[in-house]
Design a protein around this ligand. Structure first.
Ligand SMILES: Nc1ncnc2c1ncn2[C@@H]1O[C@H](COP(=O)(O)OP(=O)(O)OP(=O)(O)O)[C@@H](O)[C@H]1O
Ligand SMILES: [Mg+2]
Length: 249
């Protein structure tokens, strides 16, 4: 059974038709990137998958559970790291993790916090207030918090937007480490290189539908092969994206 199954998903806000029949599947243990321009509907999909928003139409299953009829089971199966880091300036990094472990009624919250600090390279920063953290450190803490309780499926909504190259690399490493442990990851991004770096499969959301869905190699094949002149240049994902989505905006 796939980790995520979406068929015929539709969602409108008043007269704005955002999702007009979205179909996608995410295999267990894979990293799936949902690419799209600003306003394409990425966050809307993530909110529906994480039960924060109701679909108008369509069948949506997460971890085998129906998001409408079995919302509580879906919530137990997932964690969501939203588009904006949800951390509190006056707490330390470690306090955030301990608090989250307590909220989830886990035993040994201190040990869980220390393990996650270690995993995300935050051991030394753990005792400092989050107010002193860089953007990349906040993001990593945010992702670490979402892993408490070991959810099999995690959603990352634009995990690196606004980060500098170093911060992005740090988050990428964190996502790669998740994938190695077998967690299913659905991430949204506007950055094509991010999808290239992280994803097993990439889907492009445009005009309310998934217009392309495949591996990076499959997406590259949508364009004519590279021409050999003096240097060979394979089409980048950016070339594919622009060829499909066009200079429509
Ligand atoms: N609650 C809402 N009420 C009205 N319109 C909404 C609501 N939520 C989203 N929208 C609209 O739906 C469209 C899709 O929004 P969404 O946030 O899903 O886009 P996105 O792909 O995540 O964009 P970004 O890359 O900027 O985060 C936008 O036009 C947005 O204004
Ligand atoms: Mg968004």
């Amino acid at each position: 059974m796939p980790a995520i199954q979406v068929h015929g998903l539709r969602k409108a806000f008043a007269e704005l038709d955002v999702l007009r029949g979205v179909d996608l599947e995410v295999a267990r243990g894979s990293v799936f990137a949902l690419l799209g321009s600003n306003g394409a509907g990425k966050t809307t999909i993530v909110k529906i998958l994480s039960t924060l928003l109701k679909a108008d139409e369509g069948a949506v299953r997460v971890n085998g559970f129906d998001v409408a009829a079995q919302a509580a089971d879906v919530r137990k199966s997932i964690s969501l790291t939203g588009q904006f880091a949800a951390v509190d300036e006056i707490l330390t990094g470690r306090e955030h993790l301990v608090l989250m472990a307590r909220l989830r009624h886990l035993r040994e919250p201190g040990r869980i916090a220390d393990e996650l600090l270690e995993r995300f390279g935050l051991t030394r920063a753990g005792a400092r207030r989050v107010a002193t953290y860089s953007g990349g450190m906040r993001r990593r803490l945010d992702i670490a918090m979402s892993l408490i309780g070991d959810p099999p499926i995690i959603f990352l909504d634009e995990p690196t937007t606004g980060l500098d190259p170093q911060g992005r690399l740090e988050v990428w490493q964190a996502v790669k480490a998740l994938a190695e442990r077998g967690t299913t990851v659905l991430l949204t991004t506007q950055y094509l290189d991010e999808a290239e770096q992280l994803a097993d499969r990439i889907a492009i959301l445009h005009d309310g539908r998934i217009v392309v869905n495949g591996t990076l190699a499959e997406l590259r094949q949508l364009l004519p092969p590279a021409e050999v002149e003096y240097v060979e240049k394979q089409p980048t994902l950016e070339d594919v994206f622009l060829a499909i989505v066009g200079a429509a905006r």
